[in-house]
Design a protein around this ligand. Structure first.
Ligand code: 13P
Length: 253
């Protein structure tokens, strides 16, 4: 870890409606007292964001984000939410380019670029997700895939906007599979990402951008991951659904 404050994100994906979200908050706050040496952010399904916000009203240290946005600000786009709507609901962050958006819903690099741009324009913090599939890793294409996704995702942003974002490296083959990238393998890709950011920004600015790892993070492997120099935090799927497990994860480092 190189950042002063590690970043712990809980991506609930399509789980925990408002009722479960409220219950989760009640259980989580008992196990995780506020700490100012870390960032903890939740990405509930958008239908649960305001419920989470209200249930956690006494815990402003627990931040909120949404899992995806459409790039237009408002209008006739049935089923979608925009970055300004997410901001109005209390979000501070928005994911863009999560592998499930790319591979289940077909988001292209260009779509992701527009989403990142709209998130930054709404003055939310974009969490740009990148990561290779197993066949790409096996072909030795990790660097090519991650660089392409990163370059595309940063495409239209100014340096000031890039400084205010989070990058999540999530190898697709490690998501929801129980297979975690080894801490060293993940660290290597994080270093690559840091290097690519360095082509756009000065060194001090690059060091301030959290580059976090996602893919089967659990209480049992979080310490090892955060011990790596280039891993500044984690983005947790399955294990963030359980308040006990996630509270343990958020106490790591
Ligand atoms: P899992 O932790 O369930 O592997 O999910 C990772 C992820 O996709 C977080 O965004």
């Amino acid at each position: 870890m190189s950042l002063e404050k590690p970043f712990f994100g809980g991506n609930w994906k399509m789980n925990h409606g408002p009722t479960a979200a409220r219950r989760f908050v009640g259980e989580f706050v008992e196990r995780y007292p506020a700490r100012d040496d870390r960032t903890v952010a939740f990405f509930p399904p958008s239908i649960s964001v305001t419920e989470f916000r209200d249930a956690a009203a006494e815990r402003p240290d627990l931040e909120l984000g949404v899992q995806d946005v459409y790039w237009e600000e408002a209008g006739a786009f049935t089923g979608s939410i925009s970055a300004p709507l997410a901001k109005d609901a209390g979000a501070r962050y928005a994911l863009a380019g999560h592998s499930e958006r790319r591979h289940v819903f077909g988001d292209s690099d260009e779509d992701v670029a527009r989403k990142v741009e709209s998130i930054a324009a709404a003055e939310l913090i974009p969490v740009l997700c990148v990561g290779e599939r197993l066949e790409e890793r096996d072909r030795g294409d990790v660097e090519a895939v991650v660089s392409r996704q990163l370059e595309a995702g940063l495409g239209r942003l100014s340096s000031e906007q890039i400084v205010n974002m989070v990058i999540a490296y999530e190898p697709v083959w490690a998501i929801g599979t129980g297979r975690t990238a080894s801490a060293e393998d993940a660290n290597e890709v994080h270093a690559l990402i840091r290097g690519l950011l360095g082509e756009r920004l000065d060194r001090v600015s690059v060091r301030g951008i959290p580059i976090i790892y996602g893919g089967s993070v659990k209480p049992a492997n979080v310490d090892e991951l955060l011990a790596e120099a280039e891993i500044d935090g984690v983005l947790v799927g399955g294990a963030s659904l359980d308040p006990v497990d996630f509270a343990r994860i958020c106490q790591a480092a």
